[in-house]
Each structure stands twice: as C-alpha cells, then as structure tokens.
Design a protein around this ligand. Structure first.
Ligand SMILES: Cc1cc2nc3c(=O)[nH]c(=O)nc-3n(C[C@H](O)[C@H](O)[C@H](O)COP(=O)(O)O)c2cc1C
Length: 375
C-alpha cells in the first residue's frame, strides 16, 4: 500500500451543523471534497440528545432529518470521490459539557467544566449503548463505510474506562464492559463488513494508564477493525493536542470563561493560570508514538497513530516500525491537499505551527479553518 493511502484525516469538529444538529451539506461537501486523504473521519457526532457536547453547532445522528442530510452528503461525496472511505465518529459527551446535561459513569466533576454530574443508572447506561447502536445503523443507512467509536479524550466511554471517573458498584465497575457492549451491539447490528474503528486515549493525567488500556483493548480483539491511539481528557485539553496555549483567546471567546468579568479573569491569569499551565505537556513530534508501538506489540488490532505527525520522513519510519496507519488533524486544516502533494513529491513537512487557534475557535460558532494560512 502506498504511504499516502495510509494517511487518514482524523476526526475534526467542523461546526458545520445548525442548532438542531443537522449538517450543512454544501459546506461539508466543500470541506471534504478538498481533503486529499483517502480515508476521512468526520468530527464527533452525538448519538443522543443528552450526549451533545458544549459546541452548539456539533452535528447529530439521532433522528431522520439528521440522517437524511448525512445521506445526501455521502451520496454527493462518493459521486465525486469514488475511492473515498468515509467514517462517522460517534460520541457521547458524558460529563464534558456546559449544556446542563452532564452525566457520567459516576458523579465526579470535571475540573474544566465544573458542572454537576449525574451518575447514570444501569438502565440509562443500557439506553446509551442502544443509542450508539442506533447511531451506527443510521450511519450505515446513510452510506458511511463505518463508524469510529470515540472512547478517547475524556468523553463518556473514557469516563467508564478510567478508575478516576468510574466508581460504580454495579457490573459497569468492570471498566471496559461499557465499551465492550457498545462494540458488540454495533457489530451485531451492522454486520462484519461495516468498519468499526475506535479512538482511545492510552493514558490521561488522572487514572488511566497504558497497561490498563492494553488490557481493555484485548477484550475487543477481533471485533474492531482498527484503533487510533491518542492521549488525555478535556481536563488538560492541551495535552490531547499539544503546542501553543493561546490563553488570551480562550478567556476572550470560550463560553466557559467569557461569562466572567474581566477583573476576575485577570486575577485568574495571575494566580491560577501558572499552576494550571504547568500541567501542560510540551509539543514533540509523534508524541503518542512510544505508547502506540507498545500497544501494537501487545494486541491483535491494527494500530493507528495520532498526535504531532508532521514529517514525511517520520511517517515512513513509523510505518517501518509496524504501525498500520497515521492520522492527522491540524495538518489537514492547514493544508487539505497534503496527500496530493506527497504523491507529487512536493511535501516533506507540514506548515502547521500548532498555534492552536483552530482549536480555540472550535468552541465558538466559527466553522473549522486555519487561522494562519493566508488565502
Ligand atoms: C480543531 C480541532 C478539532 C478536533 N475535533 C476532534 C473531534 O471531533 N474528535 C476527536 O476525536 N478529536 C478531535 N480533535 C483531536 C484531533 O483529532 C487529534 O487527536 C489532535 O489534534 C492531535 O493530532 P494532530 O497533531 O494531527 O492535530 C480535534 C482537534 C482540533 C485541533
């Protein structure tokens, strides 16, 4: 397989839906038709109303109207790009939301969102497993080649996987059971040919560890087609993506902060920000590589790497070491045609500077774009 075929556009929130979670087909078509990756994963899509993340323009897959819009998009895209593999990332936000709908494996508050978290009853957990299944069925009907189940970044599945957020006493105290049941129900509903990928944080800044992640992944071997290895939760969101911390922009535009008077924010910057920022890990190239390689050696699921992949030479070495695919997010925001350029021998290194303005503006109603690229 050519290197360029193994470069995947990782899930990236587009903010191209309306307040009802219905996608703007024309805008998304324009975005996706220009992303040169052979495999594209959509931004995270909510599987139930109470799984809607803080971003108001997040897309959903919970009703017919939303499904029909996705169907129209898939049909237009597949018409334009016959060889495209198109996956929908399906997610439940759990406690990581500002919308007043925060639920969790347990009632442990998120230090970033700080709102009250309701512990899900066993019946509610079962209902959410069903929501994931229904979402996957809708995605399949809409023409997607598969789904990526979002078990990373501190969203609901991650909250079950981490002993820090899972203090349950019922059968879901077995941390990977929720994930296993979601995978099983999607697989039995959608069949063997429908791709089921997974995105997982191999560790976080609290209770999840690499060894636990390997143990969890072994429980779903043979039932998922690939796993993308990421890191972290929204508590220290910069550790998911690494790079520049545009703190002033965050305080200015993020609805979690800009509701406070300026003097409160000024005090926060002086007294609290330094200790918070100290917890951020620096950007290094391919920063999840060592963990992904260890996982690759231990489990029988194709392993994809995400995080800080910026150079063609690194990709070649990553593939040589046995990793099955690389996923890129910010480089595609910056240069959608990068795979085309690789095929023409014109791309060696990403122009993305990890300024992270694309990330910060994700929390507004702005559609995804690069804030550095001049065009
Ligand atoms: C603007 C933006 C939006 C993102 N949206 C999602 C998302 O919807 N789902 C997800 O799993 N990760 C999301 N991420 C995380 C990326 O997929 C990826 O894990 C992270 O950016 C590191 O990869 P990179 O160095 O190639 O950017 C997003 C990141 C950015 C910068």
């Amino acid at each position: 397989m050519a290197i360029s075929d193994k470069i995947i556009r990782s899930a990236t929130l587009e903010n191209m839906a309306d307040e009802n979670g219905i996608i703007n087909v024309a805008k998304l078509f324009d975005l996706y038709k220009n992303i040169s990756a052979k495999t594209i994963i959509t931004g995270f899509v909510y599987v139930s109303e109470n799984g809607h993340a803080m971003q108001e323009l997040q897309a959903g897959i919970v009703n017919d109207e939303q499904e029909f819009a996705w169907k129209e998009l898939v049909s237009k895209l597949k018409n334009e790009r016959k060889d495209l593999t198109f996956l929908m990332q399906i997610a439940h936000t759990g406690r990581q939301t500002t919308r007043g709908n925060a639920v969790g494996a347990s009632s442990v508050k998120c230090s970033y969102f700080r709102n009250k978290v309701k512990t899900l009853s066993k019946e509610e957990v079962e209902e959410i497993i069903d929501n994931f299944k229904e979402a996957a069925i809708r995605a399949q009907r809409a023409g997607f080649d598969g789904v990526q189940i979002h078990a990373a970044h501190g969203y609901l599945i991650h909250q079950f996987l981490s002993p820090y957020t899972n203090n349950r006493k019922d059968k879901y105290a077995n941390e990977s059971l929720f994930l296993q049941e979601i995978v099983n129900s999607v697989r039995s509903a959608c069949g063997e040919d429908f791709k089921i990928w997974l995105k997982i944080s191999y560790a976080d800044d609290r209770g999840l560890t690499l060894d636990k992640t390997i143990k969890y992944l072994k429980t779903i071997e043979g039932r998922v087609d690939a796993v993308e290895i990421s890191y972290g939760t929204m508590e220290y969101a910069l550790n998911i993506i690494r790079g520049n911390c545009p703190a002033d922009n965050v305080l200015d535009i993020n609805p979690l902060f800009n509701k406070y008077p300026k003097w409160v924010l000024a005090l926060w910057k002086i007294f609290f920000a330094p200790s918070y920022i100290k917890k951020f890990k620096p950007f290094t190239y391919n920063y999840n590589y060592d963990a992904a390689l260890k996982i690759k050696k231990e489990i029988k699921i194709p392993v994809f790497l995400i995080g800080g992949i910026r150079k063609l030479e690194d990709m070649e070495n990553i593939f040589k070491s046995g990793i099955d695919g690389v996923c890129l997010c910010r480089p595609f925001i910056c240069e959608p045609d990068l795979v085309e350029k690789i095929n023409e021998g014109l791309w060696k290194k990403s122009k993305c500077t990890n300024c992270n303005l694309c990330t910060v503006y994700c929390d507004t109603k702005n559609s995804i774009k690069c804030y550095q690229r001049k065009n």
